[in-house]
Design a protein around this ligand. Sequence first.
Ligand SMILES: *[C@@H]1O[C@H](CO)[C@@H](O)[C@H](O)[C@H]1NC(C)=O
Ligand SMILES: *[C@@H]1O[C@H](CO)[C@@H](O)[C@H](O)[C@H]1NC(C)=O
Ligand SMILES: *[C@@H]1O[C@H](CO)[C@@H](O)[C@H](O)[C@H]1NC(C)=O
Ligand SMILES: *[C@@H]1O[C@H](CO)[C@@H](O)[C@H](O)[C@H]1NC(C)=O
Ligand SMILES: *[C@@H]1O[C@H](CO)[C@@H](O)[C@H](O)[C@H]1NC(C)=O
Ligand SMILES: CC(=O)N[C@H]1CO[C@H](CO)[C@@H](O)[C@@H]1O
Ligand SMILES: [Zn+2]
Ligand SMILES: [Zn+2]
Length: 588
Amino acid sequence: MVAQLLLTILSALAAVRGCDDNDAHNHGKRPTPLIPLTPPSRPLEWGDINIIHTTDSHGWLLGHQKESFPEPNYSADFGEFASFVQRMKDIAIEKDVDLLLVDSGDLHDGSGLTDGYPAGDVNGHDANRFVRQIPYDVMTIGNHELYNYNVTLDMYKNFVPNIKGHYLSSNVNITTLDQEENPLNVPVGKRFAKFTTRKGLDVTALGVIFDFTGNAQNTTVQPVADMIREEWFAEAIEDEPDLFLLAGHMPVAKNKWPLVFDAIRAVHPLTPIVILGGHDHIRDCVQLDERSMSLASGRYMETVGWMSLKFDSCELEGGVTFNRRYLDANRVTYEYHTGRITLAKKFNLDFFLGTSPRDYLKFMAPYPSEDSLLSLFIEKASPFATSLNNTRASIPKLMIANTGGQRFDIFKGPFTRNDQLTSMPFTNGWLFIPEVPLAIAEQVLPALNHAGEPHGRRSELYAQGNVEERFSAWLEEMDRRAGPERREAGNMTLGYVTTDACPGEGDDTLHAPLPFHAIPDFIGSRPPPGVAADAPIDLVFLDFIAAQLLAILNTLQQEKEYTMDDVAEYASVKTNEVLGVYARHAWR
Ligand SMILES: *[C@@H]1O[C@H](CO)[C@@H](O)[C@H](O)[C@H]1NC(C)=O
Ligand SMILES: *[C@@H]1O[C@H](CO)[C@@H](O)[C@H](O)[C@H]1NC(C)=O
Ligand SMILES: *[C@@H]1O[C@H](CO)[C@@H](O)[C@H](O)[C@H]1NC(C)=O
Ligand SMILES: *[C@@H]1O[C@H](CO)[C@@H](O)[C@H](O)[C@H]1NC(C)=O
Ligand SMILES: *[C@@H]1O[C@H](CO)[C@@H](O)[C@H](O)[C@H]1NC(C)=O
Ligand SMILES: CC(=O)N[C@H]1CO[C@H](CO)[C@@H](O)[C@@H]1O
Ligand SMILES: [Zn+2]
Ligand SMILES: [Zn+2]
């Protein structure tokens, strides 16, 4: 729900941002990059407490969108991250363990959604409305929240009061004016938080920044060494929790974490301590002792950090096992770890069959033509696919099919199992009558089309659920109505142009009508070359049209009264397999 909402808002936001560049890209749910991504190497190791960690996201809510290496690895957007978090929370509940979500700061500076703000606005103000919908338990302040006083003030006034969890700034203050316009020097967030997890574990959390000196006037960063001497600090760590959670905008190696760590260890030698750091933009992990782990999780929403703690016994002094992992932020990763393999994966719909060299169109291209889906099906794909493993393959044949089964165009580019099924979903079989003289067989198609689908036959087809004829009539009407005006509508994109029986304009986006070419009810393969008119051939056709075809055949000659007894199966390949078989052969 939240994820879906977020996605919607993100795309809305992107569209708004796109306003003044004319080239409003759609940043809605983007397709998985066509470049195949390597899935994770192994499942995550869950513990009793599990943590998802982000840091230094710097406004990369739209994810990495370029196709050059290694960008597709980080292609998930924030909506997908939100969805991942939601699913991981569900899994945590199923496993009956805790899952916490932590961010270590630097939400600002570094991408259009934060830095592209219009004059008079504040960097990150809009993007942070989406960040705060993610159910972070603990967030902390980074140096990029402190370069510009307006940004810090916005965090203090708008972000901090509205997030779901705790925003901690143990050593960072802001000076604002109180109601009497007197300077008021206060922490931006809270200095510390004590909370109980869903599973009942007590957590004491801090949010510490490194000894940053580049901060704006009227913000204060207290050196870490001074912070640990504060009275509030001593009080905050005095009671022993089940876990100290130290979030902070500070590299996990070679910085001031040991000061904080040692101060806590002096009081609590054995309490597990997790440190979630950042700022250097690297992936890093150290252990200050074996009852602690410190993790840094990269930058720019490239990396999602994972840490888990497993208590080896119920006793306080029992062992703790830590585990950490750096996840590439992409949809393949998220799907892998949530075990929510999509139906598309389960059905193997991405299975690559070949690369279509062009668009093959049912109504938008004339039939027959190089661009016609119908020509492709009956002249190329079906003759090829039905000749494989077929003892009759060497006998000349003529193939006939109806056009109701071709359901959707094929487009240039990768042709997958899903494309195979969208284009031709039905499982009709191929039948044949042997030894029909070519001259007679050649008359069958025109005679069928001349007879057309008899009226009774059409309403019967419609009653059976076949809507293709109504749909094509709708397109044809659009095309006819537009007439020569189409050429004048040069600035419009192609699409549906609806007229219905209700008042006013129904279509939201106005289009010029799609090109439309009438198609026959029946289509046929090319006559076999170099075969004499009276030579016998195999007349091959779909089982769906057998009755009609026999009736026509009996009107075209008097030599023989054909019945179903003269008909046999021609090939085992079904119509919904034909295009796939052909693609593997011709489009590889
Ligand atoms: C902060 O906001 C004020 C008021 O909108 C504006 O005049 C000022 O230029 C801003 N300062 C910075 C550093 O952006
Ligand atoms: C800092 O705050 C004081 C009021 O406390 C104000 O007079 C001063 O202009 C502020 N400086 C900046 C740079 O915002
Ligand atoms: C931060 O604000 C608190 C509360 O007003 C104050 O007691 C403390 O001295 C301030 N710390 C710094 C370093 O300014
Ligand atoms: C033809 O036979 C081979 C080997 O038995 C089989 O792998 C292949 O799928 C068959 N092709 C068709 C189109 O039936
Ligand atoms: C096309 O041009 C007309 C006339 O200039 C204009 O009113 C209309 O908004 C334009 N449509 C699009 C989709 O750009
Ligand atoms: C680990 C991983 O998924 N690496 C991928 C990063 O992206 C490139 C394409 O840009 C793939 O080739 C890698 O497999
Ligand atoms: Zn950063
Ligand atoms: Zn930083």
